[in-house]
Ligand binder design. Structure first.
Ligand SMILES: [Zn+2]
Length: 61
C-alpha cells in the first residue's frame, strides 16, 4: 500500500507505507506527522497554563 502522505506530501507521497508505528504512512511522513502533533500539543499545554495563571490572578484580585 502507498503512503497517504502528510503536509506537502499529502496525496502525492510515492513511498511504501508501513512503519513500526503505523500502517498508513511511510517513515518520513510519519515522522513529520508526529512532529506536527507534538508541536500542537506543546502549544495547547502552554495556552492552558496561561489560562490557569489568568484565572488564578483574577481570583486573587
Ligand atoms: Zn509518505
Amino acid at each position: 500500500m502507498r503512503c497517504i502522505g502528510f503536509g506537502q506530501h499529502e496525496g502525492n507521497c510515492e513511498n511504501e507505507a508501513g512503519t513500526e508505528r503505523t500502517a498508513h504512512w511511510c517513515q518520513r511522513c510519519d515522522d513529520m506527522r508526529i512532529d506536527h502533533i507534538s508541536k500542537r500539543f506543546d502549544e495547547m499545554e502552554k495556552r492552558m497554563k496561561d489560562n490557569l495563571r489568568e484565572e488564578w490572578n483574577g481570583a486573587r484580585n
